[in-house]
Design a binder for this molecule. Structure first.
Ligand code: ADP
Ligand code: MG
Length: 352
């Protein structure tokens, strides 16, 4: 049976998709780390130097797909009350360096936001090396991927895997493992357009490591980004590089998540503090997640930390970050004094 709704519209025949030549006006090759250009001016509040110029790198989608950037790049763009949210938010979670916690963050933030009542679609944007399905425990339910949609093998709704625990959370994997496909930025934009047409309020893209074509494709539809880093100099340097590339590609609404924080090491001066990392990068902080063995346990179980009956500190920190992402609260979990955050959370559970 075929869908007749917007999803059916994405029963894409590859020939129906515009070619890169049609979309890019004299832009660089697809693999370039810089989107050809953007019509959006850098907002005055942009804290980092921006190298983008004017003009669109690809045709504007006919339907209004994303936010007016001017409104949401005001200082704290990560705010939207459930009822006020007019348009979907497309957030890419990136880092440059691999293994710093992008996929862990995508799974936990996505699940948390879904639990807060929003319709969320997680996209595993890694072509050939997916793993978000494992973290969510959905690996056995994937029959189709985005590449099958682009190949005209299935509809979007067939490739969207709905989480049984929280039905307003869905997962779309770009490809099967080791599968290769020449996905373009236009494909990514079209996929996100079609997902939004199904009523999704958040699209969270789990970006592959590196800054090559996979990164460029993943950031293409996004208007916001969350950069994940650990408090290590190698990760921070890559995060800084990625922040520059995001700006150059017209994404100014960027927040920072510092992962694998060890308060004991910070106290001994063996690790940079979250504040140090934030100041080095000059990116507003969304949250800090402690190093926690529970992360590995939850990964192996296919159950995001935020679903645990008794939340660990990292689970609380992810929930806190998710609530900040939707503008629900503004305190940070104190990693040195976790009970403070815990009591705040309990208090809030009663006040909500
Ligand atoms: P990425 O997607 O950036 O490559 P992952 O989310 O896959 O990173 O995480 C890489 C590894 O680090 C995984 O084994 C994961 O379990 C572990 N990890 C991530 N965050 C934490 C944390 N806060 N505490 C402990 N281990 C973590
Ligand atoms: Mg990953």
């Amino acid at each position: 049976m075929h869908a007749t709704g917007p999803a059916a519209g994405l029963r894409c025949q590859p020939v129906a998709l515009p070619t890169l030549g049609q979309r890019v006006r004299g832009g660089p090759a697809q693999t370039s780390a810089v989107r050809p250009s953007s019509s959006t001016q850098a907002p005055a509040s942009c804290s980092r130097r921006c190298s983008s110029s004017s003009g669109l790198g690809y045709q504007q989608p006919t339907r209004r797909l994303v936010h007016a950037r001017s409104a949401e790049t005001e200082d704290d763009g990560f705010t939207a009350a459930p009822n006020d949210m007019q348009e979907a938010r497309i957030i890419v979670i990136t880092s440059g360096k691999g293994g710093v916690g992008k996929t862990t963050s995508s799974a936990n933030l996505g699940m948390s936001i879904a639990r807060l009542g929003y319709k969320v679609c997680l996209i595993d944007a890694d072509i050939g090396l997916r793993n978000l399905d494992l973290l969510l425990g959905l690996e056995n339910r994937i029959l189709y991927t985005a590449i099958d949609i682009l190949d005209g093998e299935c509809r979007l709704d067939q490739a969207l895997i709905r989480d049984k625990r929280w039905k307003n959370l869905s997962l779309l994997s770009m490809s099967r493992n080791r599968q290769r496909y020449n996905v373009t930025r236009a494909h990514m934009v079209q996929l996100c357009e079609a997902i939004i047409a199904l009523g999704y309020q958040f699209i969270i893209l789990d970006c592959p490591a590196g800054i090559d074509v996979g990164f460029i494709n993943a950031i293409s539809p996004a208007k916001e980004s969350l950069i994940v880093t650990t408090p290590e100099i190698t990760s921070i340097r890559d995060a800084d590089r990625v922040a520059g590339l995001l700006e150059a590609n017209g994404i100014y609404n960027v927040k920072l998540l510092v992962n694998r924080v060890r308060p004991d090491m910070i106290q001994k001066n063996d690790m940079m503090s979250v504040k140090d990392v934030q100041e080095m990068l000059g990116i507003p902080l969304l949250g800090a997640i402690p190093e926690d063995p529970q992360v590995i346990i939850s990964t192996n179980r296919g159950e995001p930390l935020v679903l645990q009956k008794q939340l660990s500190l990292s689970g609380i920190a992810f929930e806190n970050a998710a609530r900040r992402l939707i503008g629900k609260q503004d305190y940070f979990v104190d990693l040195n004094n976790p009970h403070k955050g815990l009591f705040q959370k309990i208090g809030e559970m009663f006040s909500n």
